[in-house]
Design a protein around this ligand. Sequence first.
Ligand SMILES: Cc1cc2nc3c(=O)[nH]c(=O)nc-3n(C[C@H](O)[C@H](O)[C@H](O)COP(=O)(O)O)c2cc1C
Length: 86
Amino acid sequence: MVIVYESKTGFTKRYADMLASKTNLKVFPVKERSKVGKDEETIFLGWMKAGKIQGLNKLRNYNVKAVCGLGTGRTAEPSAAAVVAK
Ligand SMILES: Cc1cc2nc3c(=O)[nH]c(=O)nc-3n(C[C@H](O)[C@H](O)[C@H](O)COP(=O)(O)O)c2cc1C
């Protein structure tokens, strides 16, 4: 299992690095996704922009098992269901 993230200003990277150090999993920015096997179980962290988790679409053909959206909103906007549907 590996961790992949997309971060613009660095907050999501810090969370991904913290998770990696706690779990001993390898961590990759999404632009280095070619280093990750398509079958490798993957945890994805991406920053939220207008209710959409950035970078997740780049892992469409990967084995993503868990997704975490990072944003400044107290809750997912417009709703958790809408974010999941996007
Ligand atoms: C244009 C723009 C749109 C954003 N939209 C959302 C949003 O819909 N929901 C949310 O919770 N945060 C939103 N944010 C806040 C970012 O997700 C937040 O700043 C995040 O920590 C950035 O992550 P990064 O440091 O990894 O780039 C938005 C930020 C920007 C600049």
